[in-house]
Design a protein around this ligand. Structure first.
Ligand code: HEC
Length: 150
């Protein structure tokens, strides 16, 4: 009776994957959408868009990936320009969220509204956040590491 076992395992893997995606959407709705909007488009001049822009940050490689992980863990403070629009606000740290929730929300943003994970990049794992959380950075320090992306 190997066949039913295999189908069962495949189903479990499928459900596991879709539960994770649903979790990321929930975390986004509860913790990011108020500023970055449910559409990911942000509010021009106040909250930068993540739609179409988050992939560009990730596409800069390890620096960009670490940067977005730092932004959710430690917040961000400093002037940035996205899509020709200047943002000079401050994002509060989202460190109240667990490493698993932060990984889920980053993966949700990375694959929503036209964003996709750059070729060769694996989904963000909770263990990456666990490691970076130990650094205890400030929002201003995170700003200094922002990759040059328009
Ligand atoms: C209270 C409003 C607020 C909340 C909540 C918030 N952000 Fe932000 N976010 C901002 C602002 C404002 C900036 C730009 C800060 C600056 O100008 O230095 C920003 C910047 C960012 C950036 C960097 C963009 C870039 O081009 O460098 C990312 C990534 C990001 N936010 C993701 C998230 C995610 C994911 C969440 C939820 C876990 C979230 N934000 C929650 C307001 C918010």
């Amino acid at each position: 009776m190997i066949y039913p076992l295999k189908v069962g395992l495949m189903l479990a893997a499928f459900l596991g994957g879709s539960t994770l995606a649903a979790k990321g959407a929930d975390v986004y709705g509860a913790n990011c959408a108020a500023c970055h909007q449910p559409t990911g488009k942000g509010v021009p001049g106040a909250f930068p868009p993540l739609a179409g822009h988050f992939s560009a940050l990730l596409a800069t490689g390890t620096a960009g990936r670490t940067y977005v992980e730092h932004v959710v863990l430690y917040g961000l403070a400093g002037k940035i320009v996205v899509g020709g629009m200047t943002y000079n606000g401050a994002m509060p740290a989202q460190k109240q969220l667990s490493d698993a929730d932060l990984a889920a929300v980053l993966n949700y943003v990375a694959t929503s509204w036209g964003n996709k994970l750059p070729k060769g990049q694996k989904p963000v794992a909770a263990a990456e956040l666990t490691k970076l959380r130990a650094k205890a950075l400030t929002a201003a320090a995170v700003y200094k590491t922002r990759p040059a992306v328009k």
